[in-house]
Design a protein around this ligand. Structure first.
Ligand code: AMP
Ligand code: GLY
Length: 425
């Protein structure tokens, strides 16, 4: 079997790691693999968004499964391009991926089918947004409707902040076309959880829930990032909560998409807020989360290969359950100093040799590259350091042990990943 991974960040490194365990005899390929992926997969020198190029390449190579990591190729229609040529590919079509690529679409869909989410309005005109913001109590959340790498949601505690955020998006195009339409919504109080649902468009198998830490600063303060760390399992995700999430959130959305002739096949990610009134949707994504995939995938006891193949071929996953192995995992993301603002790259990275080939400590690469013989930083989020243990304390200690054994100038990270579960409130 020949498997192609599209994408080359921490999530894709974790997907590659998991699929190699599930399919030890398969041959693996990846688009421009990062230095952590390169020893595990042959490189394909095409951009993840080059759908036509990748489809031709995959056809020529006889690829039997393509798995797409990031949202941009999905939103750009890579799945349609592959399907037209009869190539099995795991992920939703661009029409179904609108659930992530247009927050306005996602909100309208949720409203239509009665899925709980924050009250909202969408705007394209600054004057309309301004009038609305002035009339509504703060805090408010102002969001670019389009794709903004996890940075397009601004939590505003004053009217002035909300006006400023809306004006920057609509008038100054701070997020380019992604902010041509904005969503202004009420602030939801509560604890967040991320749930991945593996789906064939009709049936869904929920994977172990996890918790992301989006804010850059300790104690969840400061601006939003692509994700500073994650852990799983999370205590608040009881069986009862998950039943509600499946029946009241996933299934109505999947039914509606199937009913409108754009079934969602792939991983539907629900970012949820656990509120006193029950779970409410913060956002949907059309793919695995990053940095959550780096903790969820290593904790799965079952193979995900067969369900991915079934979905990619247009088959069914009815009755499929993907169990958790009972351990805990905690991912500390190492970033370049300054992220999510401006940062420098090209800093030499050293990773202690004792971190290699361990079962309880995994290092997934994201923003790294080789410069001659030196591993250097190449992005804001550089590495995911995942500790595994019998409980969260042990997982955390392993992750921090790994963090200590990695050095680069400007190495930045949060020391408090998992704090909600670790510090009794
Ligand atoms: P989003 O881009 O929609 O995922 O938003 C990014 C992050 O902003 C979320 O993970 C939450 O932490 C926060 N956020 C977004 N919308 C809300 C909301 N309505 N209430 C509270 N927090 C929110
Ligand atoms: N962890 C947030 C995301 O993947 O969008």
């Amino acid at each position: 079997m020949k498997i192609l991974i599209v994408g080359h960040g921490g999530r894709e490194h974790a997907l590659l790691w998991k699929l190699r365990r599930d399919a030890p005899s398969a041959e693996f390929f990846a688009t421009r693999p990062n230095p952590g992926m390169a020893p595990l997969a042959q490189g394909v020198d095409l951009a993840p968004t080059d759908a036509e190029g990748l489809a031709s390449w995959a056809e020529g190579r006889g690829i039997s499964l393509t798995v797409v990591g990031p949202e941009q190729p999905l939103a750009g229609g890579i799945v349609e391009t592959f399907r037209k040529r009869g190539l099995p590919i795991f992920g939703p079509t661009s029409t179904a991926a609108r659930i992530e690529s247009s927050k306005a679409f996602a909100k309208e869909l949720m409203e239509r089918v009665g899925v709980p989410t924050a009250g909202y309005r969408c705007f394209r005109r600054w004057a309309d947004a301004e009038a609305y913001i002035r009339e509504h109590p703060v805090p408010l959340v102002v969001k670019a409707s389009g794709l903004a790498a996890g940075k397009g949601a601004i939590i505003c505690s004053t009217v002035e902040e909300a006006l400023e955020a809306a004006r920057e998006m609509l008038e100054e195009r701070a997020f380019g076309d992604a902010g041509a339409e904005i969503v202004v919504e009420e602030f939801m109080e509560g604890e967040e959880l991320s749930v991945f649902g593996l789906t064939d468009g009709r049936h869904v198998s929920l994977l172990l829930p996890s918790q992301d830490h989006k804010r850059v600063g300790e104690g969840d303060t400061g601006p939003n990032t692509g994700g500073m760390g994650a852990y799983a399992p999370i205590a608040l995700a009881s069986d009862e909560l998950l039943r509600t999430v499946k029946e009241d959130i996933f299934l109505p959305i999947l039914d509606a998409l199937e009913g409108s002739a754009s079934p969602f096949r792939g991983v539907l990610y629900a970012g949820l807020m656990s509120t006193p009134a029950g779970p409410k949707v913060v956002e949907f994504n059309c793919r695995f989360g990053d940095p959550e995939a780096q903790v969820v995938l290593p904790l799965l006891d079952d193979s995900i290969l067969e369900p991915l193949v079934a979905v990619a071929r247009g088959g069914s996953i009815a009755g499929v359950e993907i169990r958790w192995d009972g351990r805990s995992a905690l991912n500390t993301v190492l970033t370049s100093q300054g992220y999510p603002g401006a940062y420098e790259t090209g800093r030499a990275i050293t990773i202690a040799p004792e971190l290699q080939e361990r079962d309880d400590l995994l290092v997934f690469h994201a923003g790294t590259r080789w410069e001659d013989d030196t591993l250097v930083t190449a992005g804001g989020r550089v590495l995911s350091v995942v500790g595994l243990g019998q409980d969260l304390e042990e997982a955390r200690a392993r992750s921090l042990e790994g963090v200590e054994a990695i050095a680069f100038e400007g190495k930045s990270y949060r020391t408090d990943i998992g704090w909600r579960a670790l510090t009794p409130s």
